[in-house]
Design a binder for this molecule. Structure first.
Ligand code: ACO
Ligand code: ZN
Length: 169
């Protein structure tokens, strides 16, 4: 049985399972220029199911977020080596945007990332993607770097990150 993490009106937010991956790939193809192999989706789900979340309305998938964890240099502490959560991809289908679904997906992935005792959470986003940048800023992410020609088409990315405070250490 799928455990619902939260409900936003008629939208259920829950962890993904293997049977959700096709729909997640379809949303990704429709909404973003960065695509991945089937194996990559499967491996993210296997490695970090706590932060692979889907949004569903009436049995139809309308959004997803998928993440991974890494060890690396801190985006905040000078010379610090930390465990980081990394948002690989998030999207909500166009007809259901601006209803708080993106916000809920990020919040639930933060909860999942905290379960894995990450110190920080970060992502890259196109500098021109003001909707997404605003969403992340609203959630407390801050721009830490601009990555030159990060995308295949030459566009720069902002690296945005947030420090996580563990509530149940
Ligand atoms: N204009 C202005 N602000 C916006 C907009 C917009 N069109 N969309 C979101 N925001 C900001 C607002 O502050 C908003 O809060 P408010 O509605 O209370 O003002 C806040 O973000 C949260 O909005 P949500 O409704 O929770 O976000 P939504 O469900 O619309 O999803 C998302 C946002 C995921 C960025 C969506 O626009 C999308 O799927 N875009 C296409 C795919 C994409 O760009 N994904 C991010 C790529 S980067 C990465 O994956 C790491
Ligand atoms: Zn990334």
């Amino acid at each position: 049985m799928q455990v619902i993490l939260r409900q936003l009106g008629d939208c259920n937010i829950r962890r993904a399972g293997p049977s959700d991956l096709i729909s997640v790939m379809e949303i990704n193809l429709k909404t973003l220029p960065e695509h991945y192999s089937d194996y990559f989706y499967e491996s993210l789900l296997a490695e970090l199911p706590e932060a692979f979340i889907v949004a569903e309305i009436g049995g139809k998938h309308v959004g997803y977020i998928m993440c991974k964890t890494e060890f690396g240099f801190s985006n905040f502490k000078k010379l610090g080596f930390v465990k980081k959560g990394h948002v690989v991809s998030i999207a909500v289908v166009e007809e259901h945007r601006r209803k708080g679904i993106g916000n809920a997906l990020v919040e639930e992935s933060v909860n999942g990332i905290k379960l894995r005792k990450c110190d920080e959470f970060y992502l890259e986003v196109r500098c021109s993607n003001t909707d997404a940048v605003r969403l992340y800023e609203k959630m407390g992410f801050v721009i830490r770097q601009q990555l030159n020609a990060y995308y295949r088409d030459g566009e720069d990315a902002y690296l945005m990150a947030i420090e996580l405070v563990q509530t149940n250490k």
